[in-house]
Design a protein around this ligand. Structure first.
Ligand SMILES: [Zn+2]
Ligand SMILES: [Zn+2]
Length: 83
C-alpha cells in the first residue's frame, strides 16, 4: 500500500481515491471515499466520508457522517448505518 494518500480497497483493488468501487464488494460498500447519506438513501443531500482504516480493518465499508439537516439526537457511532 503506497503511502501517498491513495486509498484502495484491499479486497477488490478498486482505487477509492479515483472514485472507483465494485458492486457487491462489502469493503467498497457501494461507494468510493464518499457516498450519499446511507441512513436516508441520500435524500438529505449529505455526503458521508469513508473511515478508511476501519474499512480495511473490518473488511466492510465504514462511513462517517450525519443525516441532515436535522441531526438525530444521541446518534451513536456504533449503530449500523442502515437500520
Ligand atoms: Zn472492494
Ligand atoms: Zn440522510
Amino acid at each position: 500500500m503506497p503511502d501517498t494518500n491513495e486509498y484502495a480497497c484491499l479486497k477488490c483493488g478498486a482505487n477509492w481515491s479515483r472514485g472507483e468501487w465494485t458492486h457487491g464488494c462489502p469493503e467498497c460498500g457501494g461507494g468510493a471515499l464518499t457516498i450519499p447519506c446511507p441512513r436516508c438513501g441520500g435524500e438529505c443531500g449529505q455526503l458521508w466520508r469513508r473511515a478508511v482504516l476501519d474499512s480495511w480493518d473490518s473488511q466492510t465499508a465504514h462511513w462517517v457522517g450525519r443525516c441532515g439537516p436535522v441531526f438525530k439526537k444521541a446518534q451513536q457511532e456504533s449503530m449500523p448505518p442502515e437500520s
